[in-house]
Design a protein around this ligand. Structure first.
Ligand code: 5GP
Length: 140
């Protein structure tokens, strides 16, 4: 699928829109979801301009999943979560709403998941959760 470089995550990557970031390197960015399905809901995105996981270069996918694991470990330490749902929606039919490939890390169990991309979260609370995750990443 053709990549739209005006999508929200592309604009976050370019610094045109704000995001509550927890991790960044030259290939990947992790930041808090603005409409969390559970407290601590974090997104991990490769910087490569791919729409879905199917479009992403295998090397970028492999590296991104390493960071997904690293951020998940920090979330476990920082937020005391017992389980994390890893969600990846590829394609609008699958429910993807932002056309830049991303991995959802949702600290909950599937039975307690809030509705997807539906309700704006308390941004101050989200910032506090991000600080805890960042501290755990720094200490790892
Ligand atoms: P998708 O539906 O594509 O799998 O997930 C997109 C996610 O991005 C949703 O969970 C939604 O809440 C989140 N989201 C949408 N717009 C923004 C935004 O401007 N900033 C952040 N941080 N998250 C967003």
């Amino acid at each position: 699928m053709a990549y739209d470089d005006q999508n929200i995550f592309a604009r976050i990557l370019r610094g045109e829109l704000p995001a509550i970031k927890v991790y960044e390197d030259d290939q990947v960015l992790a930041f808090m979801d603005i409409m969390p399905q559970a407290e601590g809901h974090t997104l991990v995105i490769p910087k490569n301009p791919a729409v879905t996981l199917l479009d992403l270069a295998p090397e970028a996918a492999a590296y991104t999943i390493q960071i997904v694991q690293k951020v998940a470990q920090a979330m476990e330490t920082a937020l005391g979560v017992k389980g994390i749902v890893l969600m990846q929606l590829s394609g609008t039919v699958a429910g993807q709403t932002v056309p830049h490939v991303h991995f959802h890390l949702i600290p909950t169990n599937v039975h307690e998941l809030g509705k997807h991309a539906a309700t704006m979260g308390d941004q101050e609370k989200i910032k506090a959760q991000a600080e805890l995750i960042k501290a755990a990443l720094a200490a790892a």
